[in-house]
Design a protein around this ligand. Structure first.
Ligand SMILES: Cc1cc2nc3c(=O)[nH]c(=O)nc-3n(C[C@H](O)[C@H](O)[C@H](O)COP(=O)(O)O)c2cc1C
Length: 241
């Protein structure tokens, strides 16, 4: 693979938040998980395990858990100044399907006992927890990239304590296994809005941190307000048909 091909892949991968119900070829999920298992992890602890959910009833139940949690999220989010609110606010209450129609959901599970694979110092100072989450994120990102390489879309859906327990009960996941996120996968039913990333010259420094580019607190708030305007469409896609 060339760097140009890799760049194309990372640019073509987008978070997808509305799916066609069409099934995906049987061998695709195996290929995606094969990529994910090669993720980097601290001490090579490899905390990940994956549950592939295709059963329509189970998928519908997962979506209902997510919807109920979104209600709580909306209450919290609506206490923020409107211009700072996360654009996911109101999506499910406004009937946005999000991952409702996705034909497959991968529950990305992690075994926290693998934290012990990291160096002892990290365990003593507590940073091994971060290592665990970073490990899980690496595997998740590879799932998203692999899906994109197959022409599929995926949504990164973070769980939260409000529904993670219910999700575990639904999928029969034992203690102490956790499910920090799920990845609904399928064919997008819309064309994503153009992606947005900060410019390279704004974030790459040479040799030392260039203080002329250090953002003040106000700059960061302004950035988030502008970000909200740019990314709202990504959460409220205009669907085809
Ligand atoms: C740690 C993490 C958590 C995320 N959680 C969610 C989520 O709960 N729901 C969601 O729709 N997207 C979630 N995302 C996706 C981001 O919103 C998305 O990557 C970002 O807006 C950039 O858009 P893009 O993926 O289309 O390039 C998450 C991404 C990361 C890395």
């Amino acid at each position: 693979m060339t760097i140009d091909e890799l760049t194309r892949l990372v640019r073509v991968r987008r978070s997808i938040r509305s799916f066609k119900p069409d099934p995906i070829p049987d061998d695709y999920i195996g290929k995606i998980l094969e990529v994910a298992r090669w993720a980097m992890s601290g001490g090579n602890g490899q905390p990940w395990e994956f549950i592939v959910v295709k059963d329509p009833d189970t998928r519908a139940r997962i979506f209902e858990l997510f919807k109920a949690y979104r209600q709580i999220g909306d209450v919290m989010e609506n206490t923020r100044a409107p211009e700072m609110r996360h654009p996911i606010t109101g999506t499910t209450s406004q009937g946005q399907p999000m991952f409702k129609n996705a034909p497959v959901i991968i529950a990305i599970c992690g075994d926290p006992r693998t934290l012990q694979a990291t160096v002892l110092h990290a365990q003593i100072v507590g940073s091994e927890r971060e290592t665990y989450h970073m490990n899980m994120a690496n595997a998740t990102f590879l799932i998203h990239l692999a899906a994109a390489s197959l022409g599929l879309g995926a949504q990164w859906v973070s769980t939260s304590p409000e529904w993670e327990g219910k999700l575990k009960a639904l999928l029969g996941i034992p203690e102490p296994i956790r499910v920090p996120q799920i990845a609904p996968i399928g064919y997008p039913d819309y064309k994503p809005a153009p992606p947005y990333r900060r410019k390279l010259e704004d974030l790459a420094h040479s040799e030392k941190y260039d203080m002329s580019r250090f953002r003040t607190d106000q700059d960061v708030v302004k950035f988030i307000i502008e970000l909200r305007k740019r990314t709202t469409a990504a959460y409220h896609p205009a669907r085809e048909g």
